[in-house]
Design a protein around this ligand. Sequence first.
Ligand code: ATP
Ligand code: MG
Length: 442
Amino acid sequence: MEDAKEAKARAIVQRLREHGFAAYLAGGCVRDRLLGVRAKDFDIATDARPEVVQTLFANTIPVGAKFGVVVVLIDDDPFEVATFRADAPYLDGRRPSAVHFGTLEADAVRRDFTIGGMYYDPAAARVIDLVGGQRDLRAGVIRAIGDPRQRFAEDRLRMLRAIRFAARLDFVIEPATMDAIRRAAPAITEVSAERIGDELVMILTEGNAARGMELLRQSGLMRPLLPEVEALIGCEQPPNYHPEGDVYRHTMLALSMLEYGCSETLAFGLLFHDIAKPRTREVRGGKTTFYGHTELGAEMATDVLQRLRRSRFIQARVAYLVHYHLRLGDAHRMRPSTLKRMLAEEGFEELLSLARLDALASSSYLGFYHFCRRAMLSHAPEQLRPPRLIGGNDLIAMGFQPGPEFKTILKEVEDLQLDGELHDREAALAWVRRHYQPAAGS
Ligand code: ATP
Ligand code: MG
């Protein structure tokens, strides 16, 4: 497990100790060490004050010196070195009203969950566990440190953190902790949309996304955060296409196949791919339809992502995925130029992944997927996006007036080029001469 980053973190601990301070690895990296998984990052807790930490290391950034956090850079790797803290009362449910520096004991009990409230002394290879973290880690339990109701009142974001850890680690949330989340769930809206968005992304992309969504629903957090997803529950669809059940069950089944580390856009795309089904559902003559659900779904997805303050790129990509997720079924009927244009679209690979998971969560018919993959493999990039044979200047030279017709002509030439019917410039010019004439008098 020893990796380069861990060695650097140990060196930081070592240096603090050489100067007479207490120092430990703390929080998530201790949990991950006990689980035998590689930690994302290594945090250090110490009794040295931030000003002192800054003098002991050559390269530091006082990111949160007020809160006792200094980032120490070793080569280019950042490490958070935090002075033991004892938080003063929370006034607004978000940030402590003041920070007091304290002891390791006080630092441990201001952390949110037992499994993230442990310390590790690298020199002695010893875990310091004052909160029952090892017991809960063995049992697979997320448990708030101290009184759960109070802890979620202090910081509402912790509700989402509990769900994120339970989903990622496949742990259960201890009953009193879950009960406290249920009571406080409506107050989640006190947290900024950005931070909610960041947590949701982590819940969706760290594996076990379906369990994460289920926990959101069970805890009452889905209603205030993602009411559009909750509305999928009970939205019935034709069983011949969807033996798995309603739109919610279908979506959860699809999410359950997302892998650890998948992109945010694929995850949101899958979560929202059928988001407009409840609003477009119609039953006529015993037939259930959802006409226009992909277009409306793209709009709805954009709205949700805007609400969560995700970037414009994320919004646009997810809207693309939702809008076109059913188009691949027609791939084998497309004219070559249409197919090639689709294969060359930015985001197409992701669209293909999404459509595959969508299919696996219902009919499991994957013919279109293999067809598209084969098509991608059999076309070199320069075949999908070949240099244009002719341009606007050629049309002007032929006596055409610049105008809307230009686009039509050039698109037709490009279609024929992609269809494999026009191969060079001369042929393209001859084709234009045969099919179009410059307006008289020009
Ligand atoms: P990850 O592997 O996702 O980074 P982590 O446990 O390291 O998980 P971080 O968000 O990196 O989580 O926070 C580091 C540590 O700081 C946590 O383990 C926890 O002890 C403490 N902590 C972080 N956020 C809070 C919070 N909102 N309330 C209380 N303690 C917190
Ligand atoms: Mg961490």
